[in-house]
Design a protein around this ligand. Structure first.
Ligand code: MG
Ligand code: MG
Length: 290
């Protein structure tokens, strides 16, 4: 789930939450281990949900499966009840960017389906998202998903002590814009820990070398939202669902990442970098054992 971006401050109270003004909360090694457990859990859940996303299944069925897996593992679905959000996942189809409500809508061949999921385990939160092609999907839309995932990987490569927050945003922006895509500005990634949204806000745009310096012990949820067309968005009348202004599709990818002296550790990744998460042997229903 996203933090509200600077440019829309005040526009949607649904996403506002008390701020820890300017304070980035560093985590101890012990806390990072707790975050790793929460991250692994939600990473495995997302992996299972990806497998479920096929033509004919309703997005509310996927939501119910997510809630059951999370609760069976002794965790809480972080999104449910967050600022009044009624579900355990955000289910955003095609032109929906983020924060879509799961519903009786049945996924269709050719849809792209963004799933965003959070779990709180022993007081710490993991947050991750992915966009799944449903059946056979138009090549332009597949490319959008692929480039969005590449944007996230390029952002993760910037997560070293001594780098700056602007390096992360720049990595996303220059790659997406090189493909002619729109980078969503209205919502941003975020620090994460005991609370889902901590400082800092992490925009998907920026300038190299600018913004706060990144330190070991910081944990970030980085989440590019990339649009096939314009970067402008609007919120539907339910007060939550964000859609592209031009109705063109949007893709979303998110990981929770710990910054260490040895570099970035992706807490929500299950399996190897670059491996299709849909095909991972890790998706074997072991979630309840964590
Ligand atoms: Mg999320
Ligand atoms: Mg998030």
């Amino acid at each position: 789930m996203l933090a509200q971006g600077h440019r829309q401050a005040g526009r949607s109270i649904a996403l506002r939450e008390p701020r820890i003004h300017g304070m980035i909360i560093g985590k101890s090694k012990k806390e990072i281990e707790k975050m790793r457990a929460a991250g692994k859990l939600v990473g495995l859940v997302l992996c299972e949900l990806r497998e479920m996303a096929s033509p004919g299944i309703s997005t509310i069925e996927i939501d119910r499966a997510a809630e059951k897996m999370i609760r069976d593992a002794g965790a809480e679905p972080t999104f449910k009840g967050y600022r009044g959000f009624p579900y355990s996942i955000c289910a955003s189809v095609n032109e929906q960017v983020v924060h879509g409500f799961p519903s009786n809508y049945k996924l269709n061949e050719g849809d792209i389906f963004s799933i965003d999921c959070g779990a709180t385990l022993e007081g710490f939160v993991g947050d991750t998202a992915t966009t799944v092609p449903v059946g056979r999907v138009d090549e332009d839309w597949l490319k959008l998903i692929e480039v969005t995932e590449q944007c996230l990987e390029r952002a993760i490569e910037q997560c070293w002590p001594g780098k700056h927050l602007g390096d992360i945003g720049w990595a996303v922006q220059q790659h997406a814009e090189a493909h002619g895509y729109g980078v969503v500005r209205d919502y941003v990634g975020h620090g994460i820990g005991r609370r889902m949204h901590e400082d800092p806000q992490i925009p998907n745009y920026g300038k190299p070398g600018q913004g706060p310096r990144i330190k070991a012990g910081y944990i970030f949820a980085i989440e590019p939202m990339i649009n096939l067309g314009t970067h402008f968005t609007k919120v539907l009348s339910d007060g939550w669902t964000v859609v592209t202004l031009d109705g063109k599709p949007s893709a979303h990818a998110e990981h929770t990442i710990a910054i260490t002296e040895e570099g970035p550790q992706v807490l929500t990744r299950v399996g190897q970098k670059g491996e299709s998460e849909a095909k991972l042997a890790a998706c074997t229903g072991e979630v309840g054992q964590l």
